[in-house]
Design a binder for this molecule. Structure first.
Ligand code: COA
Length: 318
């Protein structure tokens, strides 16, 4: 089996900062409520950016030290693409000139980056790629109902990218991933309904629907178990982990996971105060911003969870 390591990272967020105060001017909420329940203070939302442009800019930063022709595989985790076809990954491929790559999107919501990383790393492990670019890119500002205070305050737009490459000494130590479709209806983003010769449905654009409490319970239950399983597979003791980079959904979820694992909360990276929940983009954005804290050889845990329901944890060495 060929070894894999993280070669580089990149990120891109829209220019416009939407603060809690600004949201409070058009719906019945307050900065105090949002900060207390979620830890979020502001989020970025697009003005002239697109899912492809955010993903392309994050990708360009991650691949700035290599020739794009060296990239064999591009996977984008997104549930908010600009269009279903061509895929976001194919559009990014064209933008960065990675003409030797195969490119496709996957749909695993806020676990999208971890799922895509697993696919990319296994492709390198088995020799079908040497360099793989994994991107999480989302524009949730177009899929939330701006009249629903229970959801619109949570999400933001952005993209993060990680370049993985083949290496002699393997630095990706283990994964634990899972899905539970039975809980799928707790977090839903509908697509266009069927309209064909036989079936007629009314179509009106739909927005994210969420049972916030159920999703919260799911996250605080499944994430510590998943991290523990991944650490067991990696044969790494939790005390050896220098940094935990979790999906940035809610500060209270991160605190609960830290408490459940018996780990100091200061070892959990947080930037959700600035960006909110950027779904599939949140883990690679957080990793990009956290990397200044990491030294060569440091062991880290990345973890995502969300729609599907899906979850995934990865243990790696920087
Ligand atoms: N501002 C002010 N009040 C709000 C509000 C807002 N933005 N959103 C909801 N409320 C109100 C509700 O209307 C409700 O009022 P009521 O008691 O008069 O009916 C009250 O606050 C409690 O609502 P509830 O939904 O039970 O709050 P909560 O404590 O569960 O917090 C979330 C809501 C969304 C912050 C919380 O459930 C959560 O973070 N869940 C996880 C969601 C998530 O991370 N999803 C993405 C996963 S990838």
């Amino acid at each position: 089996m060929r070894g894999v390591k993280i070669l580089s990272t990149g990120m891109c967020v829209p220019k416009y900062k939407l603060t809690n105060e600004k949201i409070s001017t058009f719906i019945d909420t307050s900065d105090e409520w949002i900060v207390q329940r979620t830890g979020i203070r502001e989020r970025r939302i697009v003005t002239d950016e697109t899912t492809v442009s955010l993903a392309t800019n994050a990708a360009k930063e991650a691949i700035k030290d290599i020739d794009p022709l060296e990239i064999d595989l591009i996977i984008v985790g997104t549930v908010s693409p600009d269009q279903m076809m061509p895929s976001t990954a194919c559009s990014v491929q064209a933008e960065i000139g990675a003409t030797n790559a195969i490119a496709f999107d996957i749909s695993a919501a806020c676990s999208g980056f971890i799922y895509a990383s697993k696919i990319a790393i296994e492709a390198i492990n088995c020799g079908s790629a040497k360099k793989a670019l994994v991107i999480g890119a989302e524009i949730f500002s177009k899929v939330v109902d701006w009249n629903d205070r229970g959801t619109c305050i949570l999400f933001g737009d952005g993209s993060g990218a990680v370049l993985y490459g083949e290496t002699d000494e393997n630095k990706i130590l283990a994964f634990d991933v899972g899905s539970d479709g039975n809980l799928g209806q707790t977090l839903v983003l509908e697509n266009q309904p069927i309209n064909n010769l036989f079936v007629k449905n009314e179509y009106s654009p739909s927005f994210i629907k969420m049972d916030g409490r159920a999703v919260y319970r799911f996250a605080v239950n499944v994430v510590p178990k998943s991290i523990t399983k991944a650490l067991e597979k990696a044969q790494v003791n939790i005390d050896e982990i220098k940094l935990f980079v979790l999906h940035q959904a809610n500060e209270r979820i991160i605190s609960s996971v830290a408490k459940n694992l018996g780990v100091d909360i200061n070892l959990f990276f947080k930037n959700l105060d600035k960006y909110g929940n950027t779904s599939g983009a949140s883990v690679p954005i957080a990793l990009h911003e956290a990397k200044g804290k990491l030294k060569n050889g440091d062991k880290i845990v990345l973890a995502g969870f969300g729609g599907g329901l899906t979850w995934g944890s990865m243990v790696a060495q920087w």
